[in-house]
Design a protein around this ligand. Structure first.
Ligand code: CS2
Length: 492
């Protein structure tokens, strides 16, 4: 299945006419954005918008940075940093080659080169997709976790940072000292209020170094919040082989995604920005309502499907959704428990819900429940707990939200319903597993021990019976009847 020829600038002209290629010459592009975290999501989302933009405005090319591994950089370098986006739906696959990433740096290999790129006056935006845990914060409060191992390392050696907050603050400091205007920071991760949250995190990091620097970061640096949405499952070897065969050229690192894409951006770029709206982004003055809607509706449902679906033996979101009980549960979760907490004048929430359900059914995506289940301790607060707090304040029931939270608890015990080990990927995985062992997996003790994890649940929920009771009840049901049984009971 592998092709002899590698994807490259020279090979573009030989591609079949139905494969879209850059409408500009990538060699003419000048960098204007540094992006930290060039993973699959970035390459299927922001880099595609920028690819559209570069045809008219070639000064906004992307310098990518990987904060951990070198493998993607090596793969893309061998193909002139071009890669394929495969858009998949029930109707088939469309291929498009993207050229907006001009180069990729690997931070741990050479932090100085990355810092030099971050200090280039031509760079006016630094965007990030470093996942929830990449901000080294406490998910329950949104504050920097000063005890985080990466933060401790960076505080000891702030001129050669490794973490995202460390890199941003060091680059901003160097720019200030060189009289270069600061770049605008643009976080593109699924954090609640990601603009103010990231602004607070970097200000807090700076304050541990120097008060003057902290004041500068707080007052003179702009952080533009965003809501980003596109479902991008991890690329598998099979995807790579299929895309290579369809392309007729070897692409070592393509990405796979769905037709839907959305980007809402807070318009706060004092030192300049491209015309994002011209390529389909929505520019708004307040992005928080959009973020809240997306995190609660899409990501909250996604995590519910991931934990319950995995436990019930389903490998992907679409196979989980094909089970009518699960579909009914997700519909009811959104309609009865999440939508009443959202205030979105001008948005048809029912239509938004129905579109999400259709997206979750996309049979061509093969989005693994295990992938979404990852890092739950970092995801729960913004996906479930904000909704829970609003519901409790309104005196409203939370049974379906509680079922999703209980499924997370059951999942992170690390053993599935057949007694097999679950590979739990989470910064708290070891702690979560030992709590399960200590409590002997007794649902009441287990729920109570997990609910006292302040870094996830905060301090305000642990002693609220309206919260702990339904969660404990749901966890009991999952242990007694299995996840599928619990979903059946909740859906009826
Ligand atoms: C998913 C998200 O893996 C996950 O946790 O819920 O990556 C989701 O696919 C995106 O936020 C969709 O925009």
């Amino acid at each position: 299945m592998s092709s002899e020829k590698r994807l490259s600038l020279n090979a573009l002209s030989g591609l079949s006419a139905d494969i879209r290629t850059p409408a500009y010459d990538p060699r003419d592009v000048k960098p204007g954005i540094v992006h930290l975290g060039v993973g699959a999501f970035h390459r299927a989302h922001q880099a595609v918008y920028i690819d559209d933009l570069l045809a008219n405005d070639p000064q906004w090319g992307i310098v990518g940075a990987s904060l951990r591994r070198a493998d993607m950089r090596d793969a893309l370098k061998a193909q002139d940093n071009l890669y394929t986006v495969a858009v998949r739906s029930g109707e088939g696959t469309r291929l498009r080659v993207i050229g907006s990433i001009g180069s990729i740096h690997v931070a741990p290999e050479d932090p100085e080169t990355l810092l030099a790129a971050l200090c280039d006056p031509a760079i006016r935006i630094v965007s990030l997709t470093v996942t929830e845990k990449g901000y080294c914060h406490d998910p329950a409060t949104g504050d920097l976790n000063a005890d985080h191992p990466d933060i401790r390392t960076d505080l000891e050696n702030p001129r050669a940072p490794t973490s995202a907050p460390g890199l941003l603050v060091e680059a901003l400091r160097r720019r200030r000292d060189a009289n270069t205007v600061p770049f605008t920071v643009m976080p593109c991760d699924n954090l609640p209020a990601n603009g103010p949250t990231v602004h607070r995190i970097i200000t807090q990091y700076a304050s541990l170094l120097n008060e003057g620097l902290a004041r500068f970061v707080e007052r003179d640096v702009a952080v533009a919040g965003t809501m980003v949405d596109r479902i991008v499952p991890a690329t598998t070897d099979r995807d790579t082989a299929e895309i290579t065969a369809a392309l007729g050229l070897n692409d070592a690192w393509p990405v796979v995604t769905e037709p839907f894409t959305q980007w809402v951006i807070e318009d706060r770029f004092p030192t300049g920005r491209p015309d994002f709206a011209a390529v389909g982004a929505e520019m708004v003055s307040d992005v928080e309502p959009f973020e809240r809607m997306k995190l609660r509706m899409l990501n909250g449902s996604h995590s519910t499907l991931a934990y319950l679906g995995y436990l019930a033996g389903y490998e992907t979101v679409s196979t989980t959704m094909a089970d009518r009980n699960f579909e009914r549960l997700i519909h009811a979760l959104m309609s009865d428990e999440i939508m009443p907490t959202l205030d979105m004048p001008g948005t048809d929430l029912g239509a938004y819900r129905d579109a999400l359900i259709a997206r979750f059914h996309n049979p061509a995506l093969k989005h693994r429940t295990w992938q979404i289940a990852m890092d739950g301790s970092q995801k729960l607060p913004q996906r479930f707990l904000g909704t829970v707090r609003d519901r409790l304040a309104a005196g409203a029931p939370i049974d379906r939200l509680a079922l999703g939270i209980a499924a997370w608890m059951r999942y992170v015990t690390g053993t599935d319903e057949k007694g097999a080990a679950i590979e739990v990927k989470d910064p708290l995985a070891d702690k979560l597993r030992s709590i399960a062992t200590e409590t002997g997996r007794d649902p009441e003790r287990l729920a109570s021990a997990y609910l006292s994890l302040g870094e996830v649940f905060g301090q305000d929920l642990r002693d609220v019976p309206e919260f702990s009771r339904p969660v404990t009840r749901a966890l009991k049901t999952i242990f007694e009847r299995g996840a599928a049984g619990a979903v059946e009971a909740a859906a009826s």
